[in-house]
Ligand binder design. Structure first.
Ligand code: PMP
Length: 289
């Protein structure tokens, strides 16, 4: 494995960052998770754009242009010779003093890891997931906006622990008003009477790139998609439910808080979107080889 740190390549053993890096000390930094399908980097421009948006929000100047960073990501994929992969693109605040002040950190670190993708078991896609709502609320946007893909994932990790403690793989997180926001690493959708719903980004969610892609696919095939204020009642009474994310792609949800969703199996809209997404993911994207 060849890991890029500021454009230089290191082995897994020698790739290191400083213990004074504020990314480690405070979770002060941002990242993206990106998929490579058949040698093509999927939605690379969207991921680069979102990374720069996160950077703007936390007042971190990425020491590279978007074009340069795009080229660096493609080079890292090529060097690692992986045609199907997961890329972790990270920008940390860099090393500074032990105080919080981010402006003592003069050298943000740009790290690119290209690894094999660890997928959810195929059973999850065939049979659908059982999830629960957890007590840990999603960060309030006025404190730390969930639209920032930051290195501090404790909010999501605490929710994930609650789900795992209940023997379930994912958690539905509510915002501070009690409305549905998203899951710990995925956006959530429902389908009712042929219409697709998802919490609006103003409900405190990450503006998922898979979410946007699924919305486009659905609208292109003539379906209506509505970003809404979603309650748990809406989920319990939906015909279908599914999650979206770069790693998970589209995964059906068949039970929420003990309530069977629809007929209790992956719904036909979900299955059709899964098929269309798979086709798109394997044909689109920036060719790395
Ligand atoms: N929400 C959260 C909290 C996430 O971490 C992620 C990414 N794993 C998503 C949603 C899905 O976003 P994307 O489709 O861009 O991967």
């Amino acid at each position: 494995m060849k890991i890029s740190i500021n454009g230089k390549y290191y082995s897994k053993r020698t790739a290191k960052v400083s213990v004074f890096d504020h990314g480690l000390l405070y979770g002060d930094g941002i990242f993206e998770g990106i998929r490579v399908y058949n040698g093509r980097v999927f939605k690379l421009r969207d991921h680069i754009d979102r990374l720069y948006e996160s950077a703007t929000s936390i007042m971190l100047e990425i020491p590279a242009s978007k074009d340069k960073l795009t080229g660096d990501v493609i080079r890292a994929v090529r060097l690692n010779k992986l045609k199907n992969a997961y890329i972790r693109l990270i920008v940390t605040r860099g090393a500074g003093s032990l105080g919080l002040n981010p402006f003592t950190c003069r050298n943000p670190q740009i790290i690119i890891i290209v690894d094999k993708i660890i997928l959810y078991p195929p059973r999850f896609y065939r049979e659908g997931l059982t999830v629960i709502t957890v007590g840990t609320q999603r960060n309030i946007a006025e404190a730390v906006s969930p639209r920032i893909k930051s290195l501090n994932y404790l909010n999501n990790i605490l929710a994930k622990i609650e789900a795992l403690n209940s023997g379930l793989p994912e958690a539905v997180m509510l915002n501070s008003f009690g409305f549905v926001s998203e899951c710990t690493g995925d956006n959530i959708f429902t389908v009712r009477k042929g219409v697709i719903f998802t919490p609006s980004i103003y409900m405190g969610v990450l503006e998922g790139i898979t979410r946007a892609c699924v919305i486009d696919i659905a609208r292109d095939s003539g379906m209506v998609v509505k970003p809404i204020v979603m309650t748990r009642h809406d989920i319990y009474n939906a015909d279908e439910c599914f999650l979206t994310g770069t790693a998970a792609e589209i995964v059906p949800v068949v039970k929420v808080d003990g309530r069977k969703i629809g007929l209790g199996g992956p719904g036909h809209v979900t299955k059709s979107l899964m098929k269309k997404f798979k086709k798109l993911a394997r044909s689109e994207g920036v060719l790395a080889f």
